[in-house]
Design a protein around this ligand. Structure first.
Ligand SMILES: [Zn+2]
Length: 481
């Protein structure tokens, strides 16, 4: 933002002030102009002037608490992306005003916005100081909110400071009477205690918790601490992974087509959108090819670090190891993806591109993948529809059977792409790969899984110029069965 635009915004504020005749519309126009200037100033890091404009603007709404809340809330929303602590300051003042007015619904909304604004773990120290002051201020008025703030402060800190916030949060949660919150805060405290091997105290605070039906996190933590204390904890019986059928389109992708046109219909050519939609995570290094974070746990309903054990914890994502507590069958169906450094022509479908573009195969290989992608992108729905008519006409008017045959083959392919677009979102441009789907580590296909994994590793490790060869190696490994 330039000084010129700032000057214009300052003039707009002055003009709106001049025009203010005391009507609500004129006041609103003044507030609008001031907000625009404040946002521009904060964006420009002109903090002192921004503060001055805020200080000049607030008296305009002091006669009406609702207006003041509205203004502060608006400023918070507009400033939160630039400077989170400014949003926190405005929201806390708005919250205080709402509390004074006894507007319960508005108060709850503002508290939620405030929590969201503070959810930035590891935020700036200014934000932390502001939040601490705020949490302190709302102690008596709203212990639940104060407990949540202390909890998020604890999450953004480590060591003794984190522990202090957790302790305060536990105390406030108890005062609020919110049992679920008390469990959450206590689990945080116990986790921090366990981190510094204060296992007996960690155990004691968890055991003292009131009963709660779905207190899964605190229960798992208590079991973990008991295991570390060598107390007997019975593990749930191992769950046999369920059997799940493989997605037919993924099967088609991994199977070398006998009939390319049929394979296009079956969706064996995966578009980038589909690959991304399916993917549970990007694979960037060979070690990720077995990742439990991406593909799910090796053992059904056990996270990787072993905190969550058993079906009772289904669906939880472990905060420590990041693994979702689900059936190990996921490792047979979940895919990942690799982003290629440069686009690569799918080696199995190069003849399809040649036929569609009506080019000899040899000529095709001379086209750089980027350019080929551009050319294939031109084959959108309208172009394909048009091509159907064109080819039908070419067939009936062909002077020789050979020419009619060639047009017929092209027509079958165009029809296949039209069917595929409707069914599987496959486009002709999908022939040029920007992403490669990574098959599930335990995929149920008659392939040599070690060989395929090695081929993926080669793609990850290959320099950009030899990535195409590595991609060809992958499809070679898939075809070798
Ligand atoms: Zn875990």
């Amino acid at each position: 933002m330039g000084e010129g635009l700032r000057g214009e915004l300052r003039e707009a504020v002055a003009a709106a002030a001049q025009a203010d005749d005391g009507t609500p519309e004129r006041l609103q126009a003044r507030l609008d102009a001031a907000c625009r200037l404040i946002v521009a100033l904060v964006d420009d890091l002109a903090d002192a002037e921004a503060d001055a404009v805020i200080a000049e603007t607030l008296p305009l709404v002091q006669h009406d608490a609702q207006l003041e809340i509205e203004l502060r809330r608006r400023l918070a929303r507009e400033l939160v992306t630039y400077e989170r602590y400014r949003a926190v300051v405005q929201l806390s003042a708005a919250l205080e005003a709402a509390q004074a007015l006894g507007l319960a619904v508005l108060e709850a909304e503002l508290a939620e916005e405030l929590r969201a604004a503070m959810r930035d773990e590891g935020g700036t120290s200014t934000l932390r100081t502001t939040s601490s002051a705020l949490a302190e201020a709302s102690r008596a008025a709203n212990p639940e909110l104060a407990a949540r703030m202390q909890l998020s402060l604890s999450a953004s800190e480590t060591g003794a400071i984190a522990e202090q916030h957790a302790r305060t949060s536990v105390e406030l949660a108890r005062a609020s009477g919110e049992v679920a919150l008390l469990h959450e805060a206590t689990a945080r405290l116990a986790e921090l205690l366990a981190e510094r091997d204060e296992l007996a105290e960690a155990r004691a605070v968890l055991v003292a918790l009131p009963a709660l039906a779905h207190a899964r996190e605190s229960r798992a933590l208590l079991d973990e601490i008991r295991r570390r204390l060598d107390e007997p904890v019975v593990d749930p019986p191992e769950v046999a992974a369920i059997s799940v059928p493989l997605d037919p389109q993924l099967r088609a992708f991994a199977t070398r087509p006998h009939n390319l046109v049929q394979s296009v219909v079956d969706g064996g050519l995966l578009g980038a959108d589909k690959i991304r939609e399916w993917s549970s995570g990007e694979i960037t290094k060979p070690a990720d090819l077995e990742s439990q974070l991406v593909f799910g746990p090796v053992r059904s309903y056990w996270c990787a670090c072993g905190r969550y054990r058993g079906r009772d914890y289904a669906g939880i994502v472990c905060k420590r190891c990041g693994v979702e507590v689900i059936d190990a069958a996921a490792r047979r169906t979940r895919t990942g993806h690799i982003t290629l450094r440069e686009p690569v022509v799918h080696p199995w479908y190069a003849p399809v591109a040649a036929l569609l573009l009506d080019l000899p195969h040899a000529e095709l290989t001379a086209i750089p993948p980027f350019e080929l992608q551009e050319r294939l992108l031109a084959f959108d729905a309208a172009r394909l529809e048009h091509l159907v008519d064109e080819l039908k006409y070419a067939i009936v008017t062909a002077p020789k059977a050979r020419i009619a045959d060639a047009a017929g083959r092209r027509l079958a392919l165009v029809e296949a792409f039209r069917t595929a677009a409707a069914r599987t979102f496959t486009q002709p441009a999908s022939i040029v790969l920007a992403l490669v789907p990574v098959l599930p580590p335990n995929v149920d296909l008659p392939i040599d899984r070690d060989k395929v994994r090695d081929a993926y590793a080669q793609i990850l490790e290959a320099p950009a110029r030899s990535q195409a060869a590595a991609v060809a190696g992958l499809f070679g490994a898939l075809a070798a069965h």
